[in-house]
Design a protein around this ligand. Structure first.
Ligand SMILES: NC(=O)c1ccc[n+]([C@@H]2O[C@H](COP(=O)([O-])OP(=O)(O)OC[C@H]3O[C@@H](n4cnc5c(N)ncnc54)[C@H](O)[C@@H]3O)[C@@H](O)[C@H]2O)c1
Length: 444
């Protein structure tokens, strides 16, 4: 039987040679066959998991895991040869795996990602990377030591839209002068008063205790499972023990549009305000502002995240930012850029409004399209190429956003040291992590 290293080397060599391989007959099939396909475990096999079926059909899906046996049956129709599991911890111990795609609830992402890295598996993890600053930092630190052999990607697939690079080029090339302040916002407003009350028993096909996983116990209620495919996260992600509300949800996508244009490091401070604090439910309305240090091409800037009704002021009365459900705005010394995921508007002001100060980038220096976002990751698993939303890039971004939630709960501004991962505020430091149910460890 092949060793994992031999198989990895084989995948890399064949991919580098254009993927053309002549295999000896008789060893074409099976999870250990020397093919140029990845042996993948899909964890979370319905809903968002479905969005990965097409790309994964080009690989060997050898394991399917879901806490809902009906959802496993759904994926098994597409991948009938895969072994099946209800507990991701057992799934990750299947021999011969190369890579994992994780589409489970947010409160298990950092666990699955970290356990997978511990087993030297490539990881694609749906957003967000974790629900606390500590979780994100643990996963990041783990990957930091394995960057040269494992590919990672967070599921912010809108990043493949060309607008992401066009906005970045405008900002970097000075279309609005020197950058000063960046806003990102989301308008979603899903109001809940608290965890759902106990109602009935979990159906036989649902392993509810495994669904709760590391989260504190909450009684079963079918309401947590009543959403349509790919939208069921909106039934549980606003509760503190399961998600982070808007931040982990659309916030992950929208802040990515801003973050991609900043080359940012972690913030040095955070301050936030919003709805009255509810210990069970994350805020609907919230505004969080961060100080981001200068880098080689721009000065220090402020980044503000607005959600659920909080909005930046429009630069001109004739632009109604409220009509952009999920958007970003960059303010520079010479004007503004307003953008959504696939369009952008440059608004120069004052004497510079003829834009003569701005030179359009030479076409040869314009970033090429990244192509299919999930394929960017499968290619990276095979060739060692870079992914756009790896655990470093996306990890720092979500760490900043999670610090916003901490600042909201603390109720006052604090300073943050990205090197040590500590704030100068005792309450903030307590809120950087959370407790897990007995029997669950993030580092297994
Ligand atoms: N990238 C995007 O555009 C996008 C879109 C929707 C959802 N998402 C993300 O995908 C994830 C899933 O969202 P969803 O709406 O599909 O949710 P969901 O509640 O439908 O869960 C998806 C699947 O995972 C299974 N599951 C849940 N916990 C599990 C566990 N511990 N082990 C194994 N299987 C488990 C569920 O039974 C379900 O089949 C969320 O993290 C969400 O943020 C991303």
């Amino acid at each position: 039987m092949e060793t994992k290293t031999n198989r990895r080397q084989f995948l890399k060599t064949t991919a580098a040679a254009g993927g053309l391989t002549i295999l000896p007959s008789g060893v074409l099939f099976g999870q250990n066959a020397p093919s140029n396909k990845l042996n993948v475990a899909l964890i979370g096999t319905w809903g968002r998991g479905d969005a990965h079926f097409n790309v994964l059909s080009d690989e060997n899906v050898v394991a399917l895991c879901d806490v809902n046996e009906e959802h496993i049956a759904h994926a098994a129709k597409r991948f009938p040869n895969a072994k099946t599991y209800v507990d991701w911890r057992k799934c990750l111990d299947q021999k011969g795996l190369d890579a994992v795609v994780c589409c489970t609830t947010d409160h298990t992402h950092a666990f699955v990602a970290n356990w997978a890295l511990n087993r030297d598996l490539h990881v694609f993890c749906e957003k967000p990377m974790g629900n606390t600053v500590e979780e994100v930092r643990i996963v990041q630190a783990n990957w930091a030591g394995k960057k040269n052999k494992l590919a990672t990607q967070i599921g912010t697939q809108r990043h493949e839209l060309p607008n992401f690079e066009r906005v970045r080029e405008l900002v970097m090339d000075g279309a609005i002068g020197e950058l000063q302040h960046v806003w990102a916002w989301g308008n979603r407003q899903i109001r809940r008063s608290g965890y759902l009350p106990a109602q009935g028993e979990p159906p036989a096909h649902l392993h509810y205790d495994l669904w709760l996983g590391p989260a504190p116990f909450h009684p079963y209620n079918p309401g947590y499972f009543s959403g349509g495919p790919g939208a069921n996260c909106l039934q549980w992600n606003m509760f503190w023990d399961f998600g982070t509300g808007q931040i982990g949800d659309m916030g992950s996508h929208t802040i990515d549009l801003a973050w991609n244009a900043l080359d940012a490091d972690l913030p040095t401070s955070a301050v936030a305000k919003g709805d009255a604090y509810n210990p069970e439910v994350t805020p609907v309305e919230m505004e969080a502002t961060f100080d981001i240090p200068a880098n080689s091409w721009r000065p220090a800037v402020k980044v503000t995240w607005c959600q659920g009704g909080a909005m930046p002021r429009s630069p001109k009365g004739y632009i109604d930012l409220n009509k952009i459900g999920h958007g970003v705005m960059f303010k520079g010394t010479k004007g503004y850029i307003v953008a959504d995921f696939d369009s952008r508007l440059v608004l120069p002001f004052g004497n510079d409004s003829d834009l003569t100060y701005y030179k359009r980038r030479d076409p040869k220096d314009v970033a090429p399209p990244i192509g299919n976002f999930q394929k960017e990751w499968t290619k990276a698993c095979k060739t060692g190429s870079k992914t756009s939303c790896d655990f470093d890039y996306s990890g720092k971004c979500i760490e900043m956003m999670l610090l916003g939630l901490v600042a909201y709960r603390v109720g006052e501004k604090f300073n943050y040291d990205g090197k040590t991962g500590k704030a100068d505020n005792a309450k903030a430091n307590e809120l950087l992590s959370r407790k897990y149910r007995d029997g669950w460890t993030i580092n297994g």
